[in-house]
Design a protein around this ligand. Sequence first.
Ligand SMILES: [Zn+2]
Ligand SMILES: [Zn+2]
Length: 388
Amino acid sequence: MKETIKKKISEKLAELEKINQYLFDFPEEGYQEYKASKILRETLMNNGFEVEKGAYGIETAFKGVYNSGKKGPTVAFLCEYDALPDIGHGCGHNLIASVGVGAALGLKSVIDDTGGTIVVLGTPAEETSGAKVEMVRQGAFDDISFVMMAHPSALSEESGTSLALNAIEFDYRGKPAHAAHSPHKGINALDSVIFLFNGINALRQHVPSSIRMHGIITNGGAAANIVPEHAVAQFYVRAPKKELRDEVTEKVIAIAEGAAKMAGSKMTYKYYEEPYDDLRTNQTLSKVFNLNLLDLGEAQIFQNASSRGSLDIGNVSQVVPTIHPWIGMGDETLVPHTREFAEHTLTQKGKEALYKGACALAMTAYDVIVSKDLQNEIHEEFEQKIKS
Ligand SMILES: [Zn+2]
Ligand SMILES: [Zn+2]
C-alpha cells in the first residue's frame, strides 16, 4: 500500500511542483491568498475531492473532503499559503501547501481499501493573525481524528513545541496643551507608555526566564510642542504554556493600569491579534512520522532544540492530536524569513523535500488508519496531555 502511495505522489509530482512555483511567483499576504486558495481548491476538485470555498466564513480558507464511504478515522492535512511582505515565501509556505495537497492525493490512492476520510484544510494568515484560531473556535476540528502538516526548514527536525502568545495593544488618552506655555494643563499619554515599558522591564526580574515580552510604540504623540494627547503601544507576551502566558498577561495589564494612574491618563486595551496557544506535539504520532521519513531515505532527523516563536497550530494541538514536523531542505545555513529560504523551495533539494514530506505524511496517515492500537495510543496520550 505504501508503494501505491509513493507511486501516486511521484505521478503527481510535476503538478505539485507547478503549484509550488505558482505560489512562489504570486506571493500573497495573510487573508489575501486568493490565487493560492484557488489553485489548491481546483487541484483537489480535479482529483475527486468535494471542496468548500471560504470555509468558516474566512474568504481565503477552504475545506476539501474525500470520504471513502467506509468506516475509519478522519485525517486532516493542513495547508498554509500566506507569504511575507517584501520577501515573498521566505517561510516556505508554498511548500507546505504543495506537501499538504500531495499527501492528500497520495492517501486517496489507498483509502478506498483502508476506509476513513481525508480532509484538507486551507488555513490562511499563519504569519499574522492565524485563521486556525478562529477555525478551532468554530469547531473545524471537532470531527477530526488527527491533524498533520509539514513545514520546510534548513534540516529535518521532529515536531516539537511552540510558544503561547498574547498580542495586546494599550491605548492611552491624555489631554493636549502647549508643552512650554501651559504644560500643567495637559495630561501626557506618552508618559504612561514610558511607565508601561519601565514597569514591564521591572517585571522581567520576577518571571521565569522562558518568558518573552517585547513591544513597540505605534503612536507617541503628534509634535514635540504639544503634550501628547494619545499614545499607543503594542506588546507580545510569550510563554512555553498558555496558562503561564495568561498569568503573566494579567501582571502586564496591572502594570498598564498603574501606568495610566501615574500620568492621570485613561487606558483601554485589546487583543489586536489572535492569541496563539503552545504546540503540544502528539509524540506517538510524531514517532510514526519520523520512521516514515527515515524510511524515505532522510539521513537524520534532529530533535526539536528550542521553541521557534509561536504557531497557530498550537491552538489546534489543544483540541486534537497534532504533529508539525520540519522537513529539511538540505542546507543548514538556510535562515527562515529570508529571500534565500524562499528561493531554496524551488531547487532540487526543495523538490525532494516536497516529495518526502508528502509521502511521509500520507504514509503516517495510512499507518494510523490501519492500526486500532495506534489510534488508541494516540488518543490516550492526547487525553493525558490535555488534562496535565
Ligand atoms: Zn514564518
Ligand atoms: Zn512558517
